[in-house]
Design a protein around this ligand. Structure first.
Ligand SMILES: NC(=O)c1ccc[n+]([C@@H]2O[C@H](COP(=O)([O-])OP(=O)(O)OC[C@H]3O[C@@H](n4cnc5c(N)ncnc54)[C@H](OP(=O)(O)O)[C@@H]3O)[C@@H](O)[C@H]2O)c1
Length: 251
């Protein structure tokens, strides 16, 4: 008898935002290697072309600015029906309470939260997600315990988790699952940029000591995303997976 491997994702068609860097790029490469067909979204033309080359005809790239609602509509118009949607695009800024204004709030929220909300809404309205589909977005452990100076980031990630639980209930009748992953620090461009801007190398070395398994690599998250896209997780919805090398066990 043929063994039905539910971890197998080779027939899946997946839309990935933030595909041009870090976790999204690692996930795109992993899914290409596992045989998926992809629609990859980002602004970095060079990285988009790199993924198209790697995908050998199974990857379609879409250059789009997710802060722009017209671009969100354009993405959905240009894709086929998909089995999975991964929202990895995101940005972190250090903005202490005294410096928050309407503009900084809008800039962070439009990418970290609004883009996920309106992409999901448009995909559902246009019936672009197959029954048995899976939606995964990247939250953060920052949503669970807060980072000084990053209330906008923490708030948006918490909103992503809460909204995904609601979507999980609203979309269950269509057999579409919705989950989030909350990573601890993963070595990506986001962390490299933070190192220059608001974190010193010394602070990062000290912080990593609070991670029993050290900081993560993009692949560590890519494999977890792949599990959530696969049928192996078909009974899982409305959940947030904390993936942090044990950081949140550390008091
Ligand atoms: N790295 C970590 O330690 C960590 C920890 C917890 C959670 N996360 C979350 O995980 C996700 C991925 O993080 P990462 O570390 O992989 O980040 P990253 O390397 O900085 O990548 C960010 C991605 O977002 C895309 N992006 C940014 N602005 C955009 C815009 N206006 N329109 C379209 N795309 C845009 C970028 O595309 P272009 O460069 O092409 O514009 C890039 O592909 C984020 O949501 C982040 O908050 C990361």
């Amino acid at each position: 008898m043929m063994f039905n491997n539910k971890l197998d994702v080779n027939s899946k068609i997946v839309l990935i935002t933030g595909a041009t860097s870090g976790i999204g790029f690692a996930t795109s490469k992993l899914l290409i290697n596992l045989g998926c067909s992809l629609f990859v979204v980002g602004r970095n033309r060079v990285k988009l072309e790199e993924l198209e080359t790697l995908g050998k005809g199974k990857v379609v790239s879409i250059k789009a600015d997710l802060r722009n609602f017209e671009d969100i509509k354009m993405i959905v118009e240009n894709i086929s029906i998909i089995d999975g949607f991964v929202h990895s695009a995101g940005v972190v800024n250090s903005i202490p309470l005294q410096f928050i204004n309407r503009e900084s709030l809008e800039r962070e929220r439009s990418l970290n939260y609004d883009a996920f909300l309106f992409l999901t809404q448009t995909l559902v309205k246009k019936k672009k997600i197959n029954s048995n589909g899976s939606i995964v977005s990247l939250a953060s452990i920052a949503a669970h315990f807060g980072i000084i100076g990053s209330s906008l980031y923490c708030g948006n990630k918490a909103a992503l988790i809460a909204t995904s639980k609601v979507f999980a209930k609203e979309l269950a009748s269509k057999n579409i699952r919705v989950n989030t992953i909350s990573p601890g620090i993963v070595r990506t461009e986001m962390v490299n940029n933070a190192e220059g801007q608001h974190l010193t190398k010394e602070a990062l070395v000290l912080d990593e000591q609070k991670y029993p398994l050290g900081y993560g690599e993009p692949d560590d998250v890519a494999y977890c995303i792949t599990f959530l896209l696969s049928d192996a997780s078909k009974w899982m919805t409305g959940q947030d997976i904390i993936l942090d090398g044990g950081r949140t066990c550390y008091v």
